[in-house]
Write a protein that binds this ligand. Sequence first.
Ligand SMILES: [Cu+2]
Length: 158
Amino acid sequence: MRAILATSISASMLLCLSAPAAWAEAGGHQMVKAEELEWVEPASFPAGARMTVIEGALDAPEPFTARISFPAGYELPAHTHPAVERVTVLKGTAYIGLGDELDRGAGMPLEPSDMMIIQPGHAHFLYTEDEEVIVQLNGIGPWGITYVNSADDPRKAR
Ligand SMILES: [Cu+2]
C-alpha cells in the first residue's frame, strides 16, 4: 500500500495534485487515516506550505477534499479562486481577511472547527502567527488560485 501511494503521488505531482488512484474510484468508500496522508509542497503557494489531496483531482470538474498546512509566521497574499472555497480549520488559529492586500491585524481568527466560505472571485488572504495551522478545503473543481498582485505568484519565479 505504501509503495502504491508513493508512486501515484509522484505521478500526480507531474500533472496536478490529485488523489491517489486507489482512493479515487467513483462511488468508492474511503477511510482516511491522517497519519497516512502524503504531503507535497504546492508550486502555487509561497514556500513553506504543504498540501495533501484526499479526494478528487483539483483540476477536474468534480468534488475534492484537500488539506493545507501552513507553518508559523506564514503569509498567503491576497488571492481569488474560480470556485467557492470552503475552509475548515483543523489545527491552530488561521487569520483570514477580505481585501486586495494582506493586512496583518485585519484577519479574523479562525480556530479548530471554525469555517469560512468565500465566493468565487472574492479577494482574501491568510496568515499565521506562532503555530502551524492546518485547514481542510472542500469544493468542486476545477480549482485554482489567482493572486491579486501577480508578483506574489511563486509560479512566476520557478
Ligand atoms: Cu483562498
